[in-house]
Design a protein around this ligand. Structure first.
Ligand SMILES: Nc1ncnc2c1ncn2[C@@H]1O[C@H](COP(=O)(O)OP(=O)(O)O)[C@@H](O)[C@H]1O
Ligand SMILES: [Mg+2]
Length: 559
C-alpha cells in the first residue's frame, strides 16, 4: 500500500543506511585535547527518531509497517476513512536531525546521540538524553545501554586524557512516579526535593555511588532497572507510568584535596520517560490513574516548554511546571545540551500514537533552529501541514494555486506522486467511489522492497492537458478534497492548541507563576489559532470562488 519513494532507487536507501551504519567514527574522544571549540560545535538540541522493527504480536495481527525512512526524514502512511467509508492514504512527512531505522543497533544509537556529548561533560556541561514515545515503542530498549556505554567513555577519558586531575564519576538512579521521587538504588526509598538558598535543587537522601570501573556501574544499572520494573506491585506496566532518571555526575576534588567533598563539574542525565500515551489517562474512572495521567501530561508538556526556553536562551525557564522539570532544573540552566530520542512503533495499529510522538518531536525540533523567535514558534505550527494527502479513491492532478501555503506546495512538487494517466479518466465524485485499500496493499513487509503493485516512480508524468470541462471537474473535486483535508488538519491542530491552553491554565493557577511568561504564551497561542482560522477561511473563499466560476451549486458538491 505504500507509495515508497525508494522503491526502485536502492541507492539512496543504501546511502541512508550508510549514514547510520558506516558513519565515520567521528569519535570526539580521540580529538579531545583541543577541545574548547567542540563544546559549542555540539548542537544544543538534537532530535532523533528511532523506529523499531515490527514485533511478533503485530505480525500476528497482520499489521503493516507504515513508516518509511529515508536519510533523515520519514513518512507515515496513514489509512483514513472518508465519510462515505472509502479508504484513502494520508502521508505525513517529517524531517529530523537523524532518523534511525529498524536495522540500526544500540551501538549506532549511542554513536549518533550521546557519544559526541561525553567529552564536553568535562567542560562544565549538563546534558540530558530523553527517550519519548508510547509504551512498547522501544524507550527502555534504547535507553538502557546508553549510560553504560557513556560511563565506559567517561572512565576512559578520566584514566587517559584527564589522568590524575582529580575527576570522579558518580551514579544515581531514581524514578518519578505520580509526582513522587523514589531511589532505585536504595530499595525504592521515597525521596524529597528541596531548593537551597542558591536555588539549587537537591534531592534529599538520594544515594550517589562513586564508580571506578565499568563492572561496578553495570551492576548498579542492573539493580536499578530491576527495582524499577518490578515496582511495588510487580506489574511490569507500572514502569510505563514513571520517568526513570539515571544521572552520571563528574565531580572534581578541589585542589586535589580528597578530604573536601568534590565539586560538580558536569552531568549527564538519561531519562526513560513515562509512556506518552499515559498523559491521556485523564478520563479514566480510577482516580489514582487520572491523577498520574495528569501529572505525566503536565510533565511532558513542561519538558517541551523547558527545551523551548532553553534554546531561546530565555531568562525564565518554566521548570516549575512539573516534578520532572524541577528535578532537571540544573540541567536547563547554563551550558546545556539536550538529545531527544523519539521512539516509534512501525505498525499501522500504532499510527495515531506515532503521529503524536512525531508531532511532539517536531515541535521540539522546529524550536531548535537556533534563530528562534516568536515567529518561528508560530510557524512551527504549520509544520503539521507538511502532511499531504494522496487519496486512493480519487487520484487527480493536483490543482494547487497561489493561495496554497508554501509548505503544501513544496511537498507536492516532486514527481514522485504524479498519478498515472489512466486514472484521469476514472475520476468520479467521491461518493460513488469505493476503491478498496487491499488492492494497493503491499505483499512484502519490507518497505524498501518494491511490491510491484504501485510503482509511482515508474509512472509517466502526465502531459499538460487541454482544458475541458471534464478536467475542470476533476480539478474541482480535488480542491474539494483538499479543502476537507485542510479542515481536518486544522481541527487536529486546534485540539493540540487547546491541550496546550489547558496546560497553560493549570500552570497559571500555580504559585510562583510568571505573569509575563503567561502573557507571552497566551499571545502565541491566540496567534496560532487566528492564523489557522485565517488560512482555512482563505482556502474556503477560494473554493467558493471556483465553484461560482463553474456554476456549481454548493449543495450539489456531495458533502
Ligand atoms: N529497536 C529494537 N529492536 C528490537 N527489539 C526492540 C527494539 N525496540 C524495542 N524492542 C523490543 O520491543 C519491546 C518493547 O520495548 P520497550 O523498550 O520495553 O518499550 P517501552 O520502554 O517504550 O515501553 C521489548 O521487548 C523490546 O525488546
Ligand atoms: Mg519502558
Amino acid at each position: 500500500m505504500l507509495m515508497n519513494r525508494s522503491f526502485d532507487d536502492t541507492e539512496p536507501y543504501m546511502i541512508s543506511k550508510q549514514t547510520a551504519k558506516g558513519r565515520a567514527p567521528d569519535n570526539a574522544l580521540k580529538t579531545l585535547p583541543a577541545e574548547k571549540e567542540k563544546t559549542s560545535s555540539v548542537a544544543k538540541i538534537k532530535v532523533v527518531v528511532r523506529k523499531r522493527p515490527l514485533n511478533k504480536k503485530e505480525l500476528a495481527k497482520n499489521e503493516e509497517d507504515i513508516i518509511e525512512t529515508y536519510a533523515n526524514s520519514l513518512t507515515v502512511h496513514e489509512t483514513k476513512l472518508k465519510v462515505d467509508l472509502t479508504q484513502y492514504l494520508e502521508k505525513h512527512e517529517f524531517v529530523f536531525d537523524a532518523v534511525l531505522n529498524e536495522e540500526v543497533t544500540n551501538d549506532e544509537v549511542y554513536r549518533e546521540t550521546v557519544e559526541p556529548i561525553v567529552p564536553i561533560i568535562f567542560e562544565r556541561t549538563k546534558a540530558t538524553c530523553f527517550a519519548y514515545g508510547q509504551t512498547g515503542s522501544g524507550k527502555t530498549y534504547t535507553m538502557k545501554p546508553l549510560p553504560l556505554k557513556a560511563s565506559r567513555d567517561i572512565l576512559r577519558l578520566m584514566h587517559h586524557t584527564y589522568r590524575n586531575q582529580g575527576f570522579q564519576l558518580f551514579v544515581s538512579f531514581f524514578e518519578i512516579y505520580g509526582g513522587k521521587l523514589y531511589d532505585l538504588l536504595n530499595e525504592r526509598k521515597k525521596l524529597c526535593m528541596r531548593e537551597d538558598g542558591k536555588q539549587q535543587v537537591c534531592i534529599v537522601g538520594l544515594q550517589e555511588y562513586r564508580v571506578a570501573d565499568v563492572e561496578n556501574i553495570k551492576d548498579l544499572i542492573e539493580k536499578g532497572s530491576a527495582t524499577r520494573s518490578t515496582g511495588t506491585t510487580g506489574a511490569n506496566e507500572e514502569s510505563s507510568r514513571s520517568h526513570a532518571i539515571l544521572q552520571l555526575a563528574i565531580k572534581r576534588s578541589v585542589d586535589g584535596n580528597e578530604s573536601k567533598p568534590p565539586r560538580l563539574v558536569g552531568k549527564l542525565s538519561f531519562i526513560d520517560l513515562a509512556g506518552s500515551e499515559r498523559g491521556a489517562d485523564t478520563t479514566d474512572n480510577d482516580k489514582q490513574t487520572r491523577i498520574e495521567g495528569a501529572e505525566i501530561n503536565k510533565s511532558l508538556l513542561a519538558l517541551k516548554e523547558c527545551i523551548r526556553a532553553l534554546d531561546n536562551d530565555q531568562g525564565h525557564i518554566p521548570f516549575r511546571g512539573s516534578k520532572l522539570t524541577e528535578v532537571l532544573r540544573d540541567s536547563f540552566v547554563g551550558n546545556s545540551r539536550t538529545v531527544m530520542i523519539s521512539c516509534i512503533s512501525p505498525s499501522s495499529g500504532s499510527c495515531e500514537h506515532t503521529l503524536n510522538t512525531l508531532r511532539y518531536a517536531d515541535r521540539v525540533k522546529s524550536l531548535s533552529k537556533g534563530n528562534n523567535s516568536k515567529k518561528d514558534v508560530l510557524s512551527s505550527n504549520f509544520n503539521l501541514k507538511e502532511s499531504i494527502t494522496v487519496p486512493l479513491s480519487s487520484v487527480t492532478a493536483p490543482a494547487y494555486e497561489d493561495y496554497t501555503a508554501d509548505a503544501w506546495r513544496d511537498e507536492n512538487e516532486g514527481d514522485d506522486f504524479s498519478p498515472p494517466e489512466e486514472y484521469y479518466e476514472q475520476v468520479k465524485p467521491p461518493l460513488k467511489k469505493n476503491v478498496r485499500m487491499e488492492s494497493y496493499a503491499m505483499t512484502d513487509d519490507k518497505l524498501k522492497k518494491p511490491s510491484g503493485l504501485v510503482k509511482w516512480k515508474d509512472l509517466p508524468k502526465p502531459e499538460p492537458k487541454p482544458t475541458n470541462s471534464e478536467d475542470d471537474l476533476s480539478a474541482l473535486l480535488q480542491e474539494e478534497e483538499d479543502l476537507v483535508n485542510a479542515h481536518r488538519t486544522q481541527v487536529e491542530e486546534t485540539m493540540n492548541i487547546v491541550r496546550e491552553e489547558m496546560n497553560l491554565l493549570v500552570e497559571a493557577d500555580q504559585p510562583g507563576n510568571q505573569l509575563d511568561d503567561y502573557v507571552t504564551r497566551l499571545n502565541t497561542i491566540l496567534s496560532q489559532k487566528a492564523a489557522g482560522i485565517l488560512q482555512l477561511q482563505n482556502r474556503l473563499a477560494h473554493f467558493q470562488k471556483r465553484l461560482k466560476e463553474h456554476n456549481v451549486l454548493v449543495s450539489s458538491s456531495g458533502y
